[in-house]
Each structure stands twice: as structure tokens, then as C-alpha cells.
Design a protein. Structure first.
Length: 255
């Protein structure tokens, strides 16, 4: 069994929150395996049987999908749109967006948290080091690459801020798009807020073996509480207004 819809981004625009909402609907199946990234270069080599196995429990669901923001991040390099079309045909696409500058800042925090850039790297230097921090906010550019393989009717583009402020209306529209019961409203899950996380000290990698003696149901809370104590806080960058203006001008045609 294969999916009939995909959440393809945008990166750091609420895809985790949206996936949790979708998985709470009784007619929608989302794998527990987060971000399969099958159609990008990450897992394409694992083959279609591996991908199908993610949906082994999807029998009986009307809408079957998965969420991988990587499908719109750098998709021109790996031929993601064509791979999706060749494998899944004419499916539905959901592309959630948020204020582009706020998304860039969140992406910057994300890079600091996962140490893709060195601690203390400025916002401007991080964009130079990781072009995706900016390009993922170029929304038209990201989905334009899918045009040769999709029609406008196959896309729904919700706004993250609207989902938070008016969850019932936005969820109703999404559920209608997926042709499932739209009289259901799912409680908003806790947000995946990167700027509330803490940077893990490098020595904590030696503690990974502890997960085998901690019950699975407790691992997430133990990890969070531990990092709250020993981790260093991600300091919100002081970004000059002229930099904000410059970034806005550079991406405004793609918004």
C-alpha cells in the first residue's frame, strides 16, 4: 500500500504539528516513522518495498500519507517531484507555510541546535553556510518545481499562523481537501518549538546506551528534563533591522 497524499513542507513551518493533527483523525493514516524522506536522496536507495512497509497498517483508512519537508528542500538536486509522480501518480499535496522571516529564524535555531553551524554563528553567516535557511522561505520557488507533474487542484497551502489562531476552520478545510470527515477537530499538540530547546553538550553522546534501560514511554520526558538542566540555552539572535529588510526584499517575489 502506498500513500495518496504527502505533506511536503515547508521546513520549520509547522509540519510536525500538522502531522500530529492528521494522525489524530480516525480516517487518516500517518506512519509513526517520522519523515521517511524516501523520495529524497536520504532513503531512496532502500527501495519501494521498504517504503511500502511504512504503510502496512494503513488498511481501511481513506487518506494515507506522510510528512517529509525534505521533499521541497533541495528537490531539484534529487529529482523528487518526478520520483513522486512516477511512484504515486496524481496524489494530493499539502504545503504548510508561515511568515517567511520567522521561518528563517526558526530554521537558524534548528541549525544551532543540531550543530550544523558552530555555536555563536550569526544569522547572516548561517544563511551563507546553509542556503536552505533562506531558500526554504522562497515558497513559490519550492513548489514551482512540481508544476510539470501536478495540477493546481492537487495542492492545498495552509498558513501555520492561521492553524494556531483558528484551528477548527483550517482543519476543516484540510479535511475537506483530503475527502475525510470534516466535522472533527483535533486538539492542537504541543508545538515543536526549536527556540525552547537547549543545545546538548557533546559529551552526552556517551549516554546514548542508557536508552536501552529506560522504558520507551519515559525516554522523551527523561531526555527533555536532562537537557533542560545540562544543556545551554539557544540565545535568540539580535538581528539588525537592515538585515531583516534585506532578507525580505530578496525573497518577496517568491512569497
Amino acid at each position: 500500500m502506498l500513500p495518496n497524499f504527502l505533506v511536503v513542507g515547508a521546513e520549520k513551518a509547522g509540519t510536525t504539528t500538522l502531522a500530529k493533527i492528521l494522525s489524530g483523525h480516525p480516517e487518516i493514516f500517518i506512519p509513526t516513522f517520522k519523515e521517511s524522506m524516501f523520495f529524497s536522496n536520504h532513503n531512496w536507495g532502500k527501495g519501494i518495498e521498504w517504503y511500502e512497509s511504512l504503510f502496512d497498517e494503513a488498511t481501511g483508512y481513506k487518506a494515507i500519507g506522510e510528512a517529509s519537508p525534505a521533499y521541497t528542500w533541495g528537490s531539484e538536486k534529487s529529482g523528487v517531484p518526478q520520483r513522486i509522480f512516477n511512484t504515486l501518480g496524481d496524489i494530493h499535496y499539502i504545503y504548510i507555510v508561515r511568515h517567511p522571516i520567522e521561518r528563517m529564524i526558526s530554521h537558524y535555531y534548528h541549525a544551532l541546535y543540531y550543530k550544523w553551524v558552530s555555536p555563536g554563528t550569526s544569522f547572516e553567516d548561517a544563511i551563507k553556510a546553509i542556503p536552505g535557511i533562506k531558500s526554504c522561505s522562497r515558497y513559490c520557488y519550492q513548489i514551482k518545481k512540481f508544476q510539470p507533474y501536478t495540477q493546481k487542484e492537487q495542492w492545498y497551502v495552509p498558513i501555520f499562523e492561521s492553524l494556531i489562531q483558528n484551528p477548527e476552520a483550517v482543519q476543516k478545510a484540510i479535511f475537506q481537501f483530503l475527502n475525510v470527515d470534516d466535522q472533527i477537530t483535533i486538539s492542537l499538540p504541543s508545538e515543536n518549538v526549536t527556540d525552547q530547546k537547549r543545545i546538548r553538550p557533546s559529551w552526552t553522546r556517551h549516554l546514548r546506551g542508557l536508552k536501552y534501560i529506560i522504558p520507551p514511554s519515559l525516554r522523551s520526558s527523561v531526555r527533555k528534563n536532562t537537557y533542560d538542566v545540562i544543556g545551554s540555552k539557544i540565545v535568540k539572535p539580535n538581528i539588525p533591522e537592515d538585515q531583516i529588510h534585506q532578507q525580505t526584499e530578496e525573497i518577496k517575489e517568491d512569497i
